[in-house]
Ligand binder design. Sequence first.
Ligand code: OAD
Length: 246
Amino acid sequence: MNTIEQLKNSIAKAKHLVVLTGAGVSAESGVPTFRDALTGLWENFDAMALATPEAYLRDPALVWGWYEWRRKLILNVQPNPAHLAIATLAKRVPKLTLITQNVDDLHERAGSKNALRLHGSLFHPRCFDCENAYQFKQAPMLEKEQKITPPECAQCGGMVRPGVVWFGENLPEQTLQQAFAAAENCDVLLSVGTSGVVYPAAMLPEVAAQQDAQVFHINPQPSAMRFANEQQIIGKAGLVLPELVE
Ligand code: OAD
């Protein structure tokens, strides 16, 4: 039996399936990943100048403009067969918990509900000072290199910031707890399109494997594997995942 058949069998028996996604699941929609050679965002932009609270305070217009460029990019792409297959899987198993590191909204647009967003969302900005939620009033109309002054918070007049988790910041606590509880209690964890280098998200497959769940990685690149109950399927998410719901 090949690994895809084994994964299908495991899913057919699973009472609780966890799907953990990273940037690779959106790659085939045309969204750049972070660390892929040449095309990755962190290959082309300095994370320390764009994705920390200090960077935002140093140059809010640079940071806000960059995230508005990314929001525009997402608004112009569509969910791909990988997102759609995950939404279909949720209807076929007794319980599916979707945990994503992505800040796009492609899982939701594909029909997935209640995704646990570990790293926030490009679509839920808030005030840097009082954390009041900000509603976007217009579509982003800018180029990659454009600076744009962040809007003002209607409640306190503070600067609005992107609703994403930056380097040096804590992940949303309740979401993180729910993600770890799911990893501890699942029978199968499917890790799709993540380099597995950013913690604590990278611990989730390990936690599931330690609790005797079957862990499968789907990635065109080989994944680091440390447990006997961990396997990998080398391939693109948009090709492999639809096979699971055929
Ligand atoms: P990375 O860019 O680190 O990794 C993307 C992974 O997707 C790599 O392992 C690729 O091999 C794989 N990949 C590329 N194309 C694929 C495809 N078509 N199908 C499946 N896999 C594919 O992105 P993440 O692991 O998501 O954090 O990065 C984790 C976090 O680092 C992100 O959430 C972001 C970043 O800094 C925050 O924004 C807080």
